[in-house]
Ligand binder design. Structure first.
Ligand code: DOR
Ligand code: ZN
Ligand code: ZN
Length: 409
């Protein structure tokens, strides 16, 4: 049994204790006297459900020099992310039961938070042959060819029919290859894919949407009643093209957009067109990122900064409430992909993040991820995670902020 002392739950200002046993919250009360093996005094910090990030590149197997399942999930735990979905653009691509079983065995051995791997839509993410969706569907929470768009629309149609049949969901990296690196690439892909969703009616999710026109298309589809959702990333909310200045840590795909698009991205979130914030955590090593801008790889890390960036930008700056934030980073993604998420009630799952509302400056030295490619180094942030519980187990604790002791009676 674990006892959290002096907690504020969500927006409540009242101090309370939370007792946790066998992975669940078993009591919430003013002062709990039950015997616990471990007591964590969080000194008035705020408890929220752990974040659920549906767009993460853990890189293992195949690119362990960038990140591993161990290092990536340690980064997640540090950031207060208790559940994540891992993109399948590994080596090999997760496109068969064999590859899925292999990655699941590494997850079982090394993961510090809950990890649900995606399977790819096409074999090798090559866009030539649909994967065995029927065989894979019972064992994954989603299908994606993230990193590339599924260019072949006939193939995508076939995949959608299959995914619909097995009640799955596709997470689309919407990009038309021929137009790569122009805004039309995203808008056109979304338009084409929405046509297919209209025709077939499969559950569909757009990854990292970043343009005003894209949100307009998605909003229209939603108003027609199509089962379509989309996610936005912290970097597309917080940074714009003018910030790039050839800094390879600000190079990602989709790229940073105009200030108009940034404002549209924030509006999409506040208006409920985008219901999910996901990081697109995409580690690349310092050496890879030290190449010149044109040849450096796309991607930024994000697991360790999701919670404080969103807290700072929306809650601290009073643009939205803490409840809105928890919807975007925890409840909505969990619902959409049928993932576990902690409700802060007695009987609820003890997947929790505790946030410190004081400010701190994000530094490269504190990064747990193997790669350091964050565009937010040096940023002042409020709402940093100081304690993470997954199924009631401590997966991260900031010992300067949390007093931990074993009960001695
Ligand atoms: O920036 C990105 N990085 N965008 C992608 O689509 C792929 C990802 C990666 O895998 O590095
Ligand atoms: Zn992508
Ligand atoms: Zn991605």
């Amino acid at each position: 049994m674990i006892l959290l002392r002096n907690a504020k739950i969500m927006t409540s200002s009242k101090l309370t204790d939370i007792l946790i046993d066998e992975g669940k919250i078993i009591a919430i009360d003013d002062f709990i006297t039950a015997k616990a093996t471990k007591i964590l005094d969080i000194n008035g910090a705020t408890v929220i459900p752990g974040a659920v990030d549906v767009h993460v590149h853990l890189r293992e197997p195949g690119f362990e020099h960038k990140e591993t399942i161990k290092s990536g999930t340690l980064a997640a735990a540090k950031g207060g992310v208790t559940t994540l979905m891992a993109m399948p653009n590994t080596k090999p691509v997760i496109d068969s039961m064999l590859h899925l079983e292999k990655i699941k065995s590494i997850i079982k051995k090394d993961a510090q938070v809950r990890v649900f791997p995606y399977a790819s839509v096409t074999i090798g993410e090559k866009g030539q042959e649909v994967t065995d969706i029927k065989g894979l569907a019972p064992f994954v929470k989603g299908f994606s060819d993230d990193g590339v768009g599924v260019g072949n629309l006939d193939l995508l149609r076939r995949a959608m029919i299959s995914v619909k049949q097995f009640n799955g969901i596709i997470a689309s990296h919407a990009e038309v290859f021929e137009y790569v690196s122009t805004p039309e690439s995203e808008v056109l892909a979304i338009r084409q894919e929405l046509e297919l969703v209209r025709e077939i009616g499969c559950r569909y999710h757009f990854c990292h949407v970043s343009l005003k026109e894209s949100f307009e298309l998605i909003a229209r589809a939603q108003s027609e009643g199509l089962d379509v959702t989309c996610e936005v990333t912290p970097h597309h909310i917080l940074l714009c093209a003018d910030d790039v200045c050839l800094d390879t840590n600000k190079k990602m795909n989709p790229p940073l957009r105009s200030i108009d698009d940034v404002l549209a991205t924030r509006r999409a979130l506040l208006d409920g067109v985008a219901t999910i914030i996901a990081t697109d955590h995409a580690p690349h090593t310092p050496l890879e990122k030290s190449r010149d801008f044109a040849s450096a790889p796309n991607g930024v890390i994000g697991l360790e900064t999701l919670v404080p960036l969103i807290y700072t930008e929306f809650v601290y700056k009073k643009q939205a409430t803490l409840s809105d934030m928890v919807q975007w980073i925890s409840i909505n993604p969990a619902k959409r992909f049928d993932l576990p998420c902690g409700e802060l009630t007695v009987g609820g799952l003890a997947d929790l993040s505790v946030i410190d509302t004081e400010s701190s400056i994000y530094s490269e030295a504190e990064i747990v991820s193997l790669s350091k490619n964050s565009p937010f180094i040096g940023h002042k942030m409020y709402g940093k995670n100081i304690l993470t519980l997954v199924a009631g187990e401590v997966k991260y604790v900031d010992n300067k902020k949390v007093k931990a002791y074993e009960e001695n009676r």
